[in-house]
Design a protein around this ligand. Structure first.
Ligand SMILES: Cc1cc2nc3c(=O)[nH]c(=O)nc-3n(C[C@H](O)[C@H](O)[C@H](O)COP(=O)(O)OP(=O)(O)OC[C@H]3O[C@@H](n4cnc5c(N)ncnc54)[C@H](O)[C@@H]3O)c2cc1C
Length: 431
C-alpha cells in the first residue's frame, strides 16, 4: 500500500521552520509592508532571503539539473500552501511570479552564456524579470495569435508591437517578450521569446494599469502591471532564447508546476481566511446567539472547510501524479486544479467577508484586499473556461458513440439481465 499522507520527519521539520519563519518575521509586518521605504525594504528583504537560503529553501521549484533542489511537486505543493498564508513570502522564498516562471523558461531554453547573464542573477535575486505575452487588441487566452512581431535586420532583431498587463515590467531589469517570428508556423511554432533589457530604446513602458487590487497604482512599484509599446526596438541576435519558433513550447515551461504552486498558495490564503471567519463566528453575538450558533454561519464554516480540504487533495493528487508520470500526463489535471481552486478560494473569501459583515467589507481586515487581488485567478494564466474546455475534451476522448439506445438503456439491458439471472441460478443450483 503506497498511499501516505504524512511527510518524512526531515521534510516536516523544514515545513515547520517555514511556518514559524513566516508567522514570526512576515505576518507581523503586513499592516505596514506596502508603505515601507523601498530602499530599506530591499535590504531587509535580502536579510530575510538569506535566512531562507541558509535553510536550502530558496528557489526550490527549479528542476535539480537546472539548479533547484529536486523536491518534486508534492513537496513544493506543501511548501506553497504555507507560503500562501502570506503572499509577501513569495519574494522571500524566491517563488515570486513572474520571476519563478521566467527562471523555468530560461533554465530550459537559454544557452550557458545566457544563463550566466540572466538566469543565475535572477535566481540569486540580483535582477528581476517580467514576461510579456498578453496584448490589448488580441485575446490573451489564445496565444496562437500574436500581433507583436520580431524580424531580423543584420545582427539584430527588431520588435514592433503592443503588450499590456505585464507584471513588474515597469521595475524589471529584463522583459521576456513573446513575439511572432515565423508566421508560417502557426499555431504552435510561430513565436519566439526574446530578452529585452530595461531601458532598451524602442521599449516604452506607457503606464502601470489600475486594477481591482490597485485602482490607482503608483508608477514603478513591484506588483504593478504595465502597458508596453515596442517601436523599432532593436536587440542583439543573442537575445533570442532557444530557436526561432520555439516560443510556445518555452512558454509552456512556465506553466506546468506553477499552476500547482498557485493553487496551493490560494488554499493557504483560503485557510487563513477561514480562520478569520471562525474567530469572528465564535466572538460576536446576534439575536441572542453567537454567530457560530446560527446554522447558516455553520454552513459557511463547514462548506469552506470541505471545499478547502477537497481542493487540497485534488491538488496534492495532481502533484503526486506529476512527480510519478511527468508533466504531459497531467496536462488536463493542471487546468482542472487551477479552474477549481480559483473558485474555491474566492468562495471562501466571499463567505468570510459575509460573516464579518461591515468589518469584512472594510479594509480594517485583510480579506477584502485578498479578494480583490485573487479575483484575477479565474482570468489569469488562461481563463478557467479554457481549462474546463481542455478537460472536457480530454474526458470526452474516452467515450465511444453508440447507435440507437444508450448502453445504459434499461429496457435494452433486460434480456441480458434475464440470461445472467438464469446462468447464476443454474450455477447456484436454484430452481
Ligand atoms: C493581475 C494580472 C496579471 C497579469 N500578468 C501578466 C503578465 O505578467 N504577462 C502577460 O503576458 N499577461 C499577464 N496577464 C494577462 C493574462 O494572462 C490574461 O488576462 C489572460 O490570459 C486572459 O487574456 P485576456 O485578458 O486578453 O482575456 P480574453 O482572452 O479576451 O478572454 C476574456 C474572457 O473570454 C472568455 N474566453 C476566452 N477564451 C475562451 C475560450 N477558449 N473558451 C471559453 N471562454 C473563453 C473567458 O471568460 C475570458 O475570461 C495578467 C492579467 C492579470 C489580471
Amino acid at each position: 500500500m503506497a498511499w501516505d499522507f504524512a511527510s518524512e520527519p526531515e521534510f516536516e521539520a523544514q515545513l515547520q521552520w517555514m511556518r514559524s519563519f513566516i508567522d514570526r518575521e512576515l505576518i507581523p509586518l503586513e499592516p505596514i509592508l506596502d508603505h515601507l521605504p523601498a530602499s530599506e525594504w530591499l535590504v531587509v528583504k535580502r536579510h530575510l532571503q538569506d535566512q531562507v537560503k541558509a535553510q536550502g529553501l530558496w528557489g526550490a521549484f527549479l528542476d535539480p539539473k537546472l539548479g533547484g533542489n529536486g523536491l518534486g511537486q508534492l513537496k513544493l505543493a506543501l511548501m506553497s500552501e504555507i507560503i500562501g498564508r502570506c503572499m509577501y513570502s513569495m519574494a522571500i522564498f524566491g517563488v515570486q511570479a513572474p520571476d519563478s516562471g521566467n527562471m523555468e523558461l530560461l533554465a530550459h531554453g537559454a544557452t550557458d552564456t545566457q544563463k550566466e547573464r540572466w538566469l543565475w542573477p535572477n535566481m540569486r535575486g540580483e535582477i528581476s524579470s517580467a514576461f510579456a505575452l498578453t496584448e490589448p487588441f488580441l485575446a490573451g487566452a489564445d496565444p496562437t495569435v500574436i500581433g507583436t512581431t520580431a524580424t531580423t535586420d543584420g545582427e539584430e532583431w527588431v520588435l514592433e508591437g503592443h503588450k499590456w498587463f505585464i507584471t513588474n515590467a515597469s521595475v524589471a531589469d529584463i522583459v521576456l517578450v513573446f513575439a511572432e517570428t515565423n508566421p508560417d508556423g502557426r499555431p504552435h511554432r510561430h513565436a519566439s521569446v526574446f530578452v529585452v533589457p530595461a531601458g532598451t530604446p524602442g521599449m516604452e513602458i506607457v503606464r502601470d494599469i489600475g486594477t481591482m487590487a490597485h485602482p490607482d497604482p503608483e508608477y514603478g512599484r513591484v506588483g504593478n502591471h504595465a502597458e508596453i509599446v515596442f517601436r523599432n526596438c532593436r536587440i542583439p541576435a543573442d537575445h533570442l532564447i532557444g530557436q526561432p519558433g520555439e516560443g510556445f513550447t518555452l512558454a509552456q515551461q512556465r506553466l506546468g508546476g506553477g499552476r500547482i504552486h498557485h493553487a496551493m498558495r490560494w488554499l493557504g490564503q483560503a485557510q487563513r481566511s477561514l480562520d478569520i471567519m471562525g474567530e469572528r463566528a465564535v466572538s460576536r453575538t446576534s439575536h441572542g446567539k453567537l454567530l457560530a450558533q446560527h446554522q447558516m454561519v455553520q454552513d459557511y464554516v463547514a462548506l469552506s472547510h470541505m471545499e478547502i480540504q477537497a481542493a487540497r487533495l485534488l491538488t496534492f493528487h495532481t502533484a503526486w501524479k506529476m512527480d510519478k508520470y511527468g508533466a504531459a500526463a497531467v496536462r488536463a489535471d493542471l487546468g482542472m486544479v487551477k479552474a477549481h481552486v480559483s473558485k474555491v478560494v474566492l468562495a471562501v473569501l466571499d463567505r468570510t467577508i459575509q460573516v464579518c459583515g461591515a468589518l469584512g467589507y472594510s479594509s480594517d481586515l485583510p480579506v477584502e484586499a485578498w479578494y480583490r487581488s485573487t479575483r484575477f485567478g479565474p482570468i489569469g494564466d488562461g481563463p478557467d473556461e479554457l481549462h474546463k474546455s481542455v478537460l472536457a475534451r480530454t474526458l470526452l476522448k474516452g467515450y465511444t458513440p453508440v447507435e440507437g439506445w444508450p448502453s445504459e438503456h434499461i429496457p435494452s439491458r433486460r434480456p441480458a439481465a434475464e440470461a445472467k439471472w438464469a446462468e447464476l441460478k443454474t450455477m447456484a443450483g436454484v430452481g
